[in-house]
Design a protein around this ligand. Structure first.
Ligand code: ZN
Length: 272
């Protein structure tokens, strides 16, 4: 069980809209300002999606680059790009921003329902993404929406496409996918190979149970508008930082230290 808590802030995701959450950061400038606030509050990783000016999701490498450059100017946070993209994007579009050499990137480990939609992640797509990340020295976060996804990651490990230390992201409670409970989380954890870390990403109502579950099980925390827009019942969050601040308070009550970006770079063996 690591004694330092890594808090990731998923700034915007692809689905959340400003109509749902007025404080949602959308433009590269807004994303960078939100990243800086989240980092100051105690987040050591920001998980990044890109949007067009009208708020629709995009895999445009230029927009990703603009956001990454602005974030790097403002703070030393570890940057994790999405390759989950958004519903309807091709695998080629989704993987393209990895060429920007972020510190980390998400690698979805299986096909999944996404509400009434779905995101396709076949084994050939997963292999292609792992190869591309290896080529650019990017550490994957193995996003698993289901137990079978953790098991699928073993196939890539056997093929030598993934290297330890492994970092799993358990995305729990997406409508149509695996819900969060002590039993489901424990079973996910049980399927991980040795030398693995994990972050719990509790979506919607699973947000707070995900934080407490991560602390209890020796994992890391993810918060942010991608996963949840309500700070409490019926009250929208004012900012990503507000979510991070609460996660920091809960972590400190559990007598754990908050990891700094430098700690993450060491633990996950990220490229300088
Ligand atoms: Zn994401």
């Amino acid at each position: 069980m690591p004694n330092k808590m890594i808090i990731t802030c998923a700034l915007s995701g692809a689905e959340t809209t400003k109509a749902q959450a007025p404080a949602l950061p959308v433009t590269p400038e807004e994303l960078a300002a939100s990243a800086e606030e989240a980092c100051r509050a105690g987040a050591s990783i920001v998980h990044l999606h890109a949007r067009n000016a009208d708020g629709t999701p995009t895999a445009d490498v230029k927009i990703f680059k603009a956001a990454m450059d602005l974030i790097r100017k403002k703070c030393d946070v570890v940057i994790e790009l999405t390759t989950g993209g958004a519903v309807g994007m091709t695998p080629e579009e989704r993987i393209a921003p990895v060429a920007l050499k972020p510190d980390m990137a998400s690698l979805d480990c299986g096909t999944v329902n996404f509400g009434n939609d779905y995101i396709i992640n076949t084994l050939p797509i997963m292999r292609q993404f792992a190869l591309e990340m290896n080529k650019h020295g990017v550490r994957p976060t193995l996003e698993c929406f289901d137990v079978s996804h953790v098991q699928s990651s073993h196939i890539l490990i056997k093929e030598g496409l993934l290297k330890p230390p492994y970092h799993y992201g358990f995305v729990m409670n997406v409508p149509g996918a695996l819900s969060l409970s002590v039993k489901t989380l424990s079973y996910m954890i049980d399927q991980m190979p040795p030398e693995s870390y994990f972050t719990v990403m509790g979506v919607g109502r699973a947000h707070l149970p995900g934080i407490y579950g991560a602390i209890a099980a020796g994992g890391f925390i993810r918060v942010g508008f991608e996963d949840n827009i309500y700070y409490s019942k019926g009250r929208l969050a004012k900012s990503n930082a507000e979510f991070v601040e609460r996660a920091v308070r809960i972590t400190k009550e559990a007598d754990l230290e908050i990891a700094k970006p430098g700690d993450v770079r060491k633990m996950f063996a990220l490229k300088e």
